[in-house]
Ligand binder design. Sequence first.
Ligand SMILES: *Cc1c(COP(=O)(O)O)cnc(C)c1O
Length: 818
Amino acid sequence: MIYPNEPVQLKSTFISLDSRQIYEPADTAFFAVRGLHHDGHQYVESLYHKGVREFIVEKAAWNSSLAEKAKSWNNTSIWVVNNSIETLQHIAHVHRMAFRLPVVGITGSNGKTICKEWLFKLTKSKFQVVRSPKSFNSQIGVPLSVWGIKTHHRLGIFEAGISQKDEMSRLEAIIRPEFGILTHIGEAHGKNFESEAAKLSEKLNLFRHSKKLIYRVTPNTTPVVIETMQRNNPTCELVGWSTTDTNQSIFVYWKITGKSSQLKFQKRNQSEPFISVQSQLHDEASLENLSHCLIQAHLLGMSNEELTTAVMGIKPISMRLEIKEGVRNNQLIDDSYNNDIDGLKLALPLFKRYEEKKKVLIISDFIETGIDEDTLYQQIAQLIVHQRIEKIIGIGSQIERNKHYFQHIDTYATAETFIESGDLNSLHDSIILLKGARKYAFEKIVNALETKTHCTQLEINLDALQHNLSYYRKTIGHSTKIMGMVKAQAYGAGAVEIAKILQSQGIEYLTVAYADEGVLLRNNGIYTPIMVMNPQVEEFDKMTSYALEPEIYNFSLLAAIDEYSTNQNKNIKIHIKLDTGMKRLGFEMSDIPQLMHELKQMPQLWVVSILSHLAASENPKHKAFTEQQIAQFKEASQAISDQLGYKPLRHIANSAAIQNYPEAHLDMVRLGISMYGISGNSVEKTALENVLSLKTYVSQIKNVAKGETVGYGRIGQFEEDGKIATLAIGYADGYSRALGNGQGHFEINGHICPTIGSICMDMCMVDVSTLTEIKEGDEAIVFGGKIQLAAFAKAAQTIPYEMMTSISSRVKRIYIRE
Ligand SMILES: *Cc1c(COP(=O)(O)O)cnc(C)c1O
């Protein structure tokens, strides 16, 4: 039957707008939608032959030849409408109105999908819940979500997102939420305020018929919420909550301790909290989202006991993103964890750290977004148009169809065809961001692009590093600058990557040991000032052309740099090193009068800073000596300053002194080992996060009988029958021979296993007799898990500094962001 004008009444259970996603043709109604580049009407005939029996088509596209054919189709209903999407919205509205269940509507700028999922997790034990799939929150996604309501459902949770004016009223008619949650709204300032306020007002249209609305009280948005709601829906109860203002409907108290938090919720005028729970979430943004959900769950009648259990099921969302060395001087950012627009928004700013490299983006189709193809790819193109991306590689058929939205794009049907094309071999000196949905097997591309090395790897957690740096910023205050010590490949962690992070965090100075280390940084986009501790006279040219500033520690260097600068007619920045007791490099106290005398005659040398180094700041036993060093330095540097007539920066504190000798902070501190979370100080030990983890894997497992021996020299002996694992790390990787014969330990599957026999060059053996669960390929953690770097160094009879810098260059460095 063809219905030209009648109201649509569907028999089918399922609705589809995508001809490729029809799994039960006989029970699916197909809505033909015209997009900019493809037209669903094209598929109507073939879908009929596949068994689809209900169609919604648009008048304007219902051409005569198709209409003619359709006359002979049996048992088929075809509704001819003006606009398929509007029809879809209308039937979703009618469907919704047939149910009486409580419905929660969620909107806001950030956190809609997270709130929807978390509220579902909190309530699913008590209710049969229907919710938006994925982040279906658009003009099409919402009706499809609501169409899923069935008679057995007892609670609906739907999210709504809008990109244009007037869209929300339509979504409101479809969701018709009794409860509302307004998630995080960015705080608008200044001239953006008017337009942001208007957008917020538009979003609030979702709650025109709601009975209760939950929102967090903030200075800018709350007046707009109150004003709009009073105008649109004055009877709605406004449930504003705050963590600072006890006069709001609900006062929320939360406290983050390490990797968990505690939350309490109390109503105004009540003395006891109505919710008090522990959670594994431990960042502000997550706790904000969780608070919305807990309050909503309470309004739905859930008890504190029910919530206490349910909240444990909510785990922090991790965005694990790996930065890897690639072949042909490429750098890879492997971010295959998520594949949606928000994830792309988060990942794109990473390009900024690599200004010197060509930018390449490899993306797959964005699947299951709930946004229609045209809009989706236009949005993606919008996001990247200003990124100055040299080349985009698109994998998948959707992106192939929509390639006209992008510049500099090549598309391939699959990861395999891209690899086989050989085009990947033309990528060099680039920073390559890979974002692909799981089914596109991007690991194959990563594999083809990644430098293959020995499989033992040093993981460097950049978030932890950032955390530690912020900790020091807070500790020392903003009037003292920080110099990041990135000498010796940043203590083995990789100078370029570490310098980039420090630079992005606004560190004021960097220090290397040799000029070449500085050149490497300059060639990789580091523009932060760099001090060189061991300048060579022959390298003054190199240093000035790369803006590297020498540390001058004796009279011959001073004379040489003076001569160089006069000959070249250049002004040069230098750093003056004083020896206050370390007895290593630096002018002695007795040199100071002569030093001042000479400096005064070298006006082309600009003394940027004066420094000295402490010999034992980590050891309280040498407190008096250290204090004397500090006092001497203050006096001498002051005298030089006075003589110069300007104030160079003064610095003497290394990591240990930052905590132990606050009076030594002066103008700048030199932060080294504690950036990596290593400290002897108990306060810092709890405040800092571990940055480095060294990991290897099990190559083979063997049973060893009583009396048999293990390894070179037959030193490893078993007194009973036992089992060993051979691991892929040896002294050539930096795993010291001192750690053989049970001195060293590895963490394997959570158990601590001692070494047995001598450490070999590329391998070593561990006793795993007590482990029942172990197999080849399992990870073995050298340090960074249960075994801390400090304990590991101690077992090898050395200090963390030496262990870190001895991890050999064949050990792959992997940079991780959680
Ligand atoms: C290496 C070094 C530092 C940093 O020492 P940490 O103990 O790692 O903080 C500071 N100053 C100088 C001169 C150094 O050589």
